[in-house]
Design a protein. Structure first.
Length: 135
């Protein structure tokens, strides 16, 4: 795989030495906590891509905590998952192993955020600083 930045987007391209293109990055999670992943997929010249979240061995085990189906047109990914390890990995990958050398897709605005449990509510909070009178 070849990873590069094109117009401020992450471009993942296949190369003849590694088969289908894949990029990944790890993040620290709390086991049992629920998270939401959002990302913008920009189609390129390959045959489509997926985004999945799993443990660091998910590619070999095929076990993921969440992910998308194959995306072939510009779209947004948005799914929740529950962390099963303190190190979770986001996988961004081409779905076809036979894409031509240089075939690519792109990603933008990749965000993982913790989910607020349903029995909590987040409200706007205003903090006002008031000077104390000097004595």
């Amino acid at each position: 795989s070849t990873l590069s930045v094109n117009s401020q987007k992450l471009r993942i391209a296949s190369d003849s030495s590694s088969g289908n293109a894949i990029g990944y990055f790890d993040f620290t999670a709390i086991v049992g906590a629920k998270y939401r992943l959002k990302a913008d997929f920009i189609s390129g010249t390959d045959q489509g891509a997926k985004v999945s979240v799993g443990k660091t061995d998910a590619l070999s085990t095929g076990t993921y905590q969440g992910g998308t189906g194959t995306m072939t047109t510009d779209t947004s990914a948005n799914f929740t998952f529950t962390a099963v390890a303190t190190t979770q990995r986001i996988y961004l990958y081409q779905v076809e192993g036979d894409d031509a050398d240089g075939d690519y897709h792109e990603w933008d605005n990749i965000v993982v955020s913790p989910q607020v449990p349903s029995d909590f509510e987040i409200n706007d909070i205003t903090i006002v600083y008031r000077e104390k009178p000097m004595k």
